[in-house]
Design a protein around this ligand. Structure first.
Ligand code: ZN
Length: 309
């Protein structure tokens, strides 16, 4: 049985699987995040650090690690004139995760999710991205990473239905199970695909979370996540998912940072984050982790809690 199948079997009997926490925010903390290609920069310059961070998360108890390839798509790397580095960056991304899993002695259990992200501009849901362009971008990344043997493919911070569908289809072409990570915001009484906050007021394009779930219902998707979404919007997002999605779902939220006069003002400590996570599990989330801002300590707190449930 593959690691992915083992995980699916545990989910089927009601277990909750622990995912890792933020990676890009760790580079930011160390002053390594690239101004043009963010987490894609350190993937090329500091692959050893990426592996170490993966290992820290596994040590904290994470059973799923996500490759640091959120910003290594052609669309992202070209912003830093690194379009010729797409294959290298994605190869390094899967290698760092595979090596971390091996070093941790968890080759028989830890699941590696190969990540792609919403298309550039990543902060403006209202800027349309053609499905074909997204498909080409994701196909290129997944094909490179597939050589290293990921267990599942995940589209992250998806804020448009077009790239959401493209991420699922690109995974399917390579025979990888697909996960869908949707970022949502509230506008009035409705939840839309989109992000706001430190990325600026990107807002949304009028595509609701429910629209996105309707759009993917006939595709083969192994899990849907509400992710890179503020902690207080995550629970309402999961309610919509619960009503409109019959399969597995999960959550990994972020909290705002570097905004306002005190950049640490909004940081949630591990116990505070845990209180939100408990609610997500009550709602039925079966895969839980952390996104930007969360650190190994947050994952450790979740690990200790999950041991007791
Ligand atoms: Zn995030």
């Amino acid at each position: 049985m593959s690691n992915f199948e083992k995980m699916q079997a545990r989910i089927a009997v009601g277990e909750t699987i622990l995912m890792d926490g933020g990676m890009g925010s760790e580079f930011e903390r160390r002053g390594l995040a690239s101004p043009t290609v963010w987490s894609g920069g350190p993937m090329l310059t500091n692959p050893e650090l990426v592996r170490e961070i993966h290992e820290e998360y596994i040590k904290a108890g994470a059973e799923i690690i996500i490759t640091n390839t959120f910003a290594t798509g052609r669309d992202s790397l070209e912003r830093g004139d690194l379009g010729h580095k797409v294959a290298e960056a994605n190869r390094l991304g899967i290698e760092a995760a595979v090596q971390a899993r091996r070093n941790a002695g968890k080759e028989d259990s830890v699941v590696i999710a190969a990540s792609v992200a919403t298309m550039t501009p990543k902060e403006h849901a209202e800027t349309p991205v053609p499905y074909e362009k997204a498909l080409d971008t994701y196909r290129e990344q997944f094909a490179e990473m597939a050589k290293g043997g990921p267990d599942v493919a995940v589209g992250e911070m998806l804020i448009r239905i077009s790239d959401t569908l493209a991420s699922i289809d690109a995974a399917a072409e390579l025979g990888l199970p697909a996960w869908v990570g949707l970022s949502v915001l509230r506008d009035g009484d409705e939840l839309y695909l989109g992000i706001r906050g430190r990325h600026g007021d990107g807002g949304h394009a009028g595509e609701t979370l429910q629209d996105a779930l309707d759009a993917i219902k006939d595709r083969d998707v192994a899990a849907v996540f509400v992710m890179h979404t503020p902690v207080d919007i995550t629970a309402p997002g999961l309610e919509v998912v619960k009503r409109n999605w019959s399969g597995t779902f999960g959550a990994y939220a972020h909290f705002p940072r570097a905004s306002g006069p005190d950049p640490r003002a909004n940081v949630l400590d591990p116990q505070q984050y845990l209180e939100y996570a408990k609610g997500w599990r009550e709602q039925g989330a079966r895969i839980i982790g952390g996104c930007c801002g969360t650190r190994p300590d947050h994952i450790l707190a979740l690990r200790e809690w999950l041991r007791g449930v």
